[in-house]
Design a protein around this ligand. Structure first.
Ligand SMILES: [Zn+2]
Length: 449
């Protein structure tokens, strides 16, 4: 495979007119094109020196069900909590197994088309086997969770023992070669101390990761302080929950002590900046993720749900994170395109505990690769610094080919393994039926005739 290779290796080498040799599911060699061609004259080659080859992008937080079938339908002018409790939860409650598979197919297909090869599901899946079927059909890499909360009412809410049983069952499923599972709780103040402690112990005992939502707004800190006298991270630390295999989504409204606790314990934070901006949650005022990054904290990026970020695009997310870092610090020198690409690839892989096999283009790693087409208009003329151009001048729409574990899953900017027309027909029907069953009528702000 020929192209300029952004390796994301330790030295962050970029090989202009380079090549990547794939053998089965692995990267066998990375070198200048002329060298590799001479060594392997018989191996069929694709691409050209106008291509840009980067590691597959990592999306650390993505809801694959619920929102997708009402894509961009939840109004963007709701009061805090309304989007979740009046829209997302009722829609989830009406999801049928077929809806789970269809919804995940749409999201994962868009993810692959935009170069996201690894998706970490946020723990709101009711029918994991059906979501796994979608991922297997598309050839997407996926870490899957299922509902975990012990509140009094809500879809798939149960007492602690039953929640843990469901999590154990999830971990025991054999879902496919590219699919793993983790312990996932809804989080916020929607989990008892007993549940979060036991779930953390379960994840450690099984050697898997754990995730939950916390502090996208001030309501979690307010609730924890009122209940325990401590802020969420301090309380979770006392419960022995924090640690290097835990990835907390959001953690936007955290104070300096909480930043220090996250760094000290090696706990990862998954930052989903589009969600905070679309929902008006104050990230531009409380941008602690930059402090976390400056202190060598573990950070991955997430695209979140379709009615919070709407587009599943790692480059768009990375660019926004970089822009917020520059603007909130009023300092353009601290964090830029290169650091943003690190979060979408190797540092994201480190934060999610998968950097041994993913996140960079190096021999021995999984061949999860993305090819951007630099003959497209937005790339003309080609910048001498491809990373600068990738983050600020482009997005997922310039992805032409994608490989997961050495298998081509996107070709000619089309996702292989789905029929778009068929999918659109099914989605239109499922969306209408889902809205009818849940009794939700999406309004249109402006009159439509
Ligand atoms: Zn979420």
């Amino acid at each position: 495979m020929r192209g300029t290779v952004v390796t994301m290796d330790l030295r962050r080498q970029i090989i202009a007119d380079g090549a990547v040799l794939i053998e089965n599911d692995l990267i066998a060699a990375v070198a200048p094109w002329s060298e590799l061609r001479a060594e392997h004259p018989a191996v069929p080659a694709r691409g050209s020196n106008t291509d840009l080859i980067v590691p597959g992008y990592i999306n650390g937080h993505q809801h694959l069900t619920g929102d997708r079938l009402i894509q961009s339908s939840i109004p963007d002018n709701l009061l805090p909590g309304e989007a979740v409790f009046n829209w997302v939860i009722p829609i989830h409650a009406e999801h049928r197994p077929d809806d789970d598979e269809l919804s995940a197919t749409l999201t994962l297909a868009e993810s692959l088309r935009n170069g996201i090869t690894s998706t970490f599901e946020a723990g709101t899946v009711a029918h994991p086997d059906r979501v796994a079927a979608a991922a297997n059909k598309l050839g997407a890499r996926l870490c899957l969770g299922t509902w975990g909360w012990d509140v009094e009412e809500g879809p798939y809410a149960y007492p602690v023992d039953e929640v843990l049983d469901r999590q154990r069952q999830m971990l025991n499923l054999n879902l496919g070669p590219l699919i793993t599972a983790w312990v996932a709780l809804v989080g916020h103040d929607l989990m008892s101390d007993e549940l979060v402690s036991d779930a953390a112990a379960l994840a450690r005992a099984r050697g898997v990761g754990m995730t939950f939502h916390m502090s996208p707004t001030n309501s979690d800190p307010d609730s924890y302080v009122a209940r325990t006298g401590k802020r969420p991270m301090a309380h979770l630390h006392d419960l022995d929950v924090l640690g290097p295999t835990v990835a907390i989504s959001h953690a936007v409204h955290i104070d300096e002590t909480e930043v220090a606790l996250l760094v000290e314990t090696g706990t990862s934070v998954i930052s989903c900046p589009w969600a905070y901006l679309r929902l008006g949650q104050g990230m531009s005022r409380e941008f602690r993720h930059l402090a976390l990054w400056q202190q060598n904290g573990e950070i991955a990026l997430g695209c979140d749900s379709e009615n919070a970020g709407d587009m599943v695009d790692a480059i768009r997310t990375a660019a926004l994170f970089a822009g917020l870092a520059k603007d909130t610090s009023v300092d353009a020198t601290i964090f830029g395109a290169h650091e943003a690409l690190e979060l979408a690839t190797i540092r994201g892989a480190e934060a999610m505990g998968v950097s041994e096999h993913l996140g960079s283009i190096e021999p021995g790693k999984q061949a999860d690769l993305v090819v951007h087409d630099r003959t497209l208009l937005e790339w003309i003329p080609n910048s001498p610094d491809p990373v600068l151009q990738l983050i600020w001048g482009s997005d997922g729409r310039s992805v032409r080919e994608v490989y997961v574990a050495g298998t081509r899953v996107v070709e000619g900017a089309q996702v292989l393994g789905v029929d778009l027309e068929e999918l659109a027909g099914e989605a239109a029907i499922a969306s209408t039926e889902l809205l009818l069953r849940s009794g939700i009528e999406p309004p249109s702000r402006w009159p439509q005739s």
